[in-house]
Design a protein around this ligand. Structure first.
Ligand SMILES: C[S@@+](CC[C@H](N)C(=O)[O-])C[C@H]1O[C@@H](n2cnc3c(N)ncnc32)[C@H](O)[C@@H]1O
Length: 343
């Protein structure tokens, strides 16, 4: 199927000649913090009276419940340490495989800050994990498989490093529920070498994503231009196709300061295509189950005015996680998948 190009994209491709990159290099190695720097426990103290913190705890317990007694666990693409640092107290040893150096540095700082003794983080190539076969007895992934330049290779690497009988619990950014055909996104980054203009396009059916980075010289003039641009995006929203002031006009006016550009493409999954892909990779007992966080969200309206102690909140989340292991979810809702490597 032909992929549509927006006017802005065509300009970027023709004018800046972007070189092919990866999400790790182009996006995650340039971002400051993930989750807006507000990840419970990792960035801020957890408060179970807040819905997003309660849901976070449910997701953490979900990983533990689905791995069924695993002790040596791998987290693929932990970003700033999620769920790696959160699940560490629930297992004997956890290892993160992360291709972006800046994220590895963030995790290393998190390990130190939280005083965790059973966490290792390893910088890996986006296509090969440098671990021996059958190394781990459980693997988790959150929004990372689909960030790989080759998600099928990433899944085969998970299969390879998992022990026979071990389970893989995978959360992904679901392409279900994307309402519009084509959704644009903008993000800005600053590194010592450049100011980054990141333009992304997400397509719903079939689900794919293309991301561009246009790098500008980091000078006081371009900094001022980016400051004004951010204000405009706050006011207008992140759609350069409907607002050329934040797209074509900005890039044309500042064209002389462009010092390079890159792009990458991603393939996204639905719960059903993730299930099929895991089966094709050799996994068995592949099931879409309700996320414990979805279950937590449904009971939250009844709970939010009850002052639970931390221990009570954790026990509720652990109970929901146990339920999630037994509760298959229908396809089409973007719920996570669990799979087993055959013994
Ligand atoms: C959207 S972030 C998710 C981070 C974290 N798991 C979370 O849920 O907050 C995706 C992460 O996957 C990493 N990543 C990209 N390509 C990868 C690959 N081929 N293998 C493993 N991780 C990858 C990125 O560097 C990034 O840290």
């Amino acid at each position: 199927m032909a992929k549509k190009y927006t006017v802005l994209e065509t300009w970027i491709v023709n004018t800046t000649k972007p070189v092919e990159s990866t999400s790790a290099e182009q996006t995650f190695d340039r971002m400051d913090r993930q989750g807006g720097g507000k990840l419970p426990v990792i960035d801020v103290p957890i408060e179970y009276g807040l819905e997003d913190h309660f849901l976070d705890e449910a997701r953490v317990r979900d990983f533990a419940a689905h791995l069924g007694g695993a002790q040596e666990v791998l987290d693929v693409g932990p970003g700033d340490g999620w769920p790696l640092l959160r699940i560490a107290p629930l297992f004997r040893a956890v290892t993160g495989a992360e291709p972006a150096q800046r994220r590895v540095d963030a995790i290393t700082a998190g390990i130190e800050k939280l005083g965790l003794k059973n966490v290792t983080v390893k910088k890996v190539s986006p296509t090969e994990f440098d671990f021996p076969d059958n190394r781990f007895d459980g693997v988790v992934a959150a929004s990372s498989i689909e960030q790989s330049p080759d998600p099928y290779k990433a899944i085969s690497e998970v299969f390879r490093v998992l022990k026979p009988g071990g389970r893989f619990r995978v959360y992904f950014e679901p392409s279900e529920g994307r309402e519009r055909e084509l959704t644009e996104g903008l993000m800005f980054t600053e590194t010592a070498d450049a100011l980054g203009y990141h333009y992304s396009l997400k397509h719903s059916r079939p689900p794919w994503e293309r991301d561009y980075l246009v790098k500008f010289a980091n000078t006081p003039e371009t900094k001022e231009e980016f400051r004004k641009l951010r204000d405009l995006v706050d006011r207008l929203g992140p759609s350069p196709s409907t607002n050329p002031e934040i797209g074509l006009q900005f890039l044309e006016r500042n064209q002389a300061a462009i010092i390079g550009a890159s792009f990458y493409e991603l393939e996204h999954f639905t719960s059903e295509t993730m299930r099929e892909t895991l089966e094709e990779a050799g996994f068995v007992n592949v099931r879409i189950t309700w996320s414990a966080a979805t279950l937590a969200r449904t009971i939250w309206p009844r709970l939010k005015d009850v002052a639970l102690t931390d221990a009570q909140a954790q026990a509720v989340c652990a109970g929901l996680a146990d339920l999630s292991v037994r509760l298959d979810a229908p396809a089409g809702l973007g719920e996570p998948v669990v799979a087993t490597k055959p013994s």
